[in-house]
Ligand binder design. Structure first.
Ligand code: CDP
Length: 238
């Protein structure tokens, strides 16, 4: 009875790279029956498109003009993977979930995501996905630019060494060759570019709740997030 009259809110989870936002966001969405959207995966898909279509120059810079002319060819969608119970990213109908998580994509994604026309296209798609509420979206600018009116905003962070260790373990766990120092340098560089870009930089929304999860387990952070969700939605019911 209580659930049926419960308002379906918008939940924005932002923060630094590799701080466990997507684990938190996915778990919460599954628990409360909301849709989960990984906005970072969308920027990673744009980056994979650049790599595969020869839009990354030999010096590592992006052919922005070439990309802008072809933005209409990039269609990102998500479909539930029955095995993992989590959504996989699709680029133009092809499952690219594995390929977008490589270090090669990580090393080019922040310059691609800083391009204003890329942000405009992805932001419009994200807003369309969240029009009905009942969504958990994670990224860098969700609480500030995509859904500035989100009812629940969380800003997650953790020390950079701990974040690098988590990402390194994740890559090794997937059987990828990884170098800890390279992972650490990559996440520091992405944080720098993400925080200093002109359009929708990474920053904490004024009304966001801050969570430093450096010393929290996945179970503890899940519990914390569920408490925030219930505290808020219970207010709507009473
Ligand atoms: O997994 P990780 O936290 O390291 O990164 P991600 O969430 O997959 O995002 C990859 C990159 O996409 C970030 O470093 C940002 O450059 C960009 N991004 C963004 O600009 N805006 C978002 N809302 C989400 C990601």
């Amino acid at each position: 009875m209580k659930d049926s009259c419960m308002k379906r809110i918008t939940i924005a989870i932002d923060g630094h790279s590799s701080c466990g936002k997507s684990t938190m966001a996915k778990d919460l969405a599954r628990e409360i029956g909301y849709i989960y959207i990984d906005s970072g995966a969308m920027y990673r898909c744009c980056t994979l498109f650049c790599i595969e279509q020869g839009l990354v120059r030999a010096d590592g810079s992006i052919d922005a003009e070439g990309l802008e002319a072809r933005m209409g060819e990039i269609h990102v969608s998500f479909r539930l993977n029955a095995e993992t119970g989590r959504p996989d990213a699709y680029l133009n109908g092809v499952n690219v979930e594995q390929r977008i998580r490589t270090m090669e994509v990580s090393s080019h994604v922040s310059p691609v995501a800083a391009l204003p026309f890329v942000r405009a296209a992805m932001t419009a798609q994200q807003q369309a996905m969240g029009r009905e509420g009942g969504i958990v979206m994670d990224g860098r600018d969700i609480g500030t630019a995509v859904f500035p009116d989100a009812e629940l905003k969380i800003f997650v962070t953790a020390s950079d060494e701990i974040r690098a260790q988590r990402r390194y373990d994740e890559l090794i766990g997937k059987g990828e060759a990884a170098d800890f120092d390279e992972v650490l340098a990559n996440l520091r560089e992405r944080d720098r570019i993400d925080s200093t870009r002109a359009v929708a930089p990474l920053r904490q929304a004024e009304d966001a709740l801050v969570l430093d999860n450096s010393h929290l387990t996945i179970a503890e952070q899940k519990q914390w997030l569920l408490e925030q969700y219930h505290r808020l939605t219970d207010e709507y019911v009473h």
